[in-house]
Each structure stands twice: as C-alpha cells, then as structure tokens.
Design a protein around this ligand. Sequence first.
Ligand code: DX5
Ligand code: ZN
Length: 210
Amino acid sequence: MTKVAPSILAADLLRMQQSVSLIETSGADELHFDVMDGHFVPNLSFGPALLKAVKKEFSLFCDVHLMLTDPINYVEAFAKAGADHITIHQEANDFLPCIRKIKELGLRVGASLKPGTPADTLREVLPLLDRVLLMTVEPGFGGQSLMRDVLKKAAELRLMGFHGDIQADGGINGDNAWELAKAGVNTLVMGTAFFTADDPAALVEKVHQL
Ligand code: DX5
Ligand code: ZN
C-alpha cells in the first residue's frame, strides 16, 4: 500500500478546521506540516502554535517538515506542540546533532534531500532514520512540477540498506502517483492535488491501491 500525506500548505487557511477534518475523513494516513523560515527557503509558513491547535482537535499523526536553516533551535517547540515525527534537511546546520536531538525527544525522525543533494550524503546517518523525504521540487512553494530524476534516489537508498519509509514531496498528483510507487516511494505528500481534488477520499483510495 502507498500512503498519502496531505500538506496543509495548500489548505484554505481561513478554513483550517474543515481542511484538517477533510484530511481525517478522506482516509489519508498522516498530516504533512510544512514549516519555512524565509532563509532556508524563500517563503514563510506555519509555526508550533498552529500545530498545537491542530493536535488539540485532531488525533492525526503529524509529520513536521522543517525547511529551516537552524532546525535544532525549534525541534523542542514542535515536540511540545505535539509533533509525532520531525523531518529536517540534510543541507541544514547541525544536521546530525539535530537528528539525535529529535530521537532524544522520543519522536520519529526523517531526513530530507533537496533535488540536487545526492542520496549518498545520508549513508552514515541512515541507521538512525525512520524516514527519508525526497524533495521532488525545489522546496519553498506548492504547485510546482514533479522532478522525475530525483526518483532514482529511492533505489539508491535501498541499495545502501535503508529499510525505513521513503517519502516524496512536490508536484505529486493522482496521475503521476504510480510513477512514484513504481520507483519505490511508499509515502506521497500531496498539497495542491489533495485540496483541489473533486473527491479527496477517492484520490486517497486510488493511491492506497498502488
Ligand atoms: C514544498 C513543500 C510541499 C508542498 C507540496 O516546499 O514541502 O510539502 O506543500 O505541494 P504540492 O503538492 O502542491 O507540490
Ligand atoms: Zn513538505
């Protein structure tokens, strides 16, 4: 089964409660919470206060994708706000100490790679990771097109002996989802495609079948 992680970056921000409720009722597997600092990526998004509000009302598993230059300064705040899983970027400062800190906080941990960063850069850290997140667009904005070249990294990670989750993020929709599943990606982040779908539950069901 291929899992779906809708990203609230593409949600109707004035209707956040309905948007999160839609994720829950659609049968999606987890919520993807994008955090941007205006430095690691040229955009800003959400902070721990919104995560706390979401977790107060919903029991969804929340994966926090930190697109931050200094994630180590924020992981405690996100843990306190109710994060179940935190993914940081290999390209961020203090990458390894931050991975260790997330584990010490008792959370699941992931490492993300920008499209141009080789899978091999994670070789030493793979035994510590629950998940690798392959960015299939340059991080920062929703609604971009899938970069297919990135998908070969999934097989490279398996060759390095990685048994955890392989997730992809950016430009994924109901039409190209099969390509990701075929490449060995087992969790698909979907922002625009999920929130513009006529029938989000049918989209989730279609991906689950892959
Ligand atoms: C991009 C974010 C993504 C974004 C994906 O930097 O990390 O999670 O929400 O959006 P779509 O699915 O619209 O490409
Ligand atoms: Zn993301």
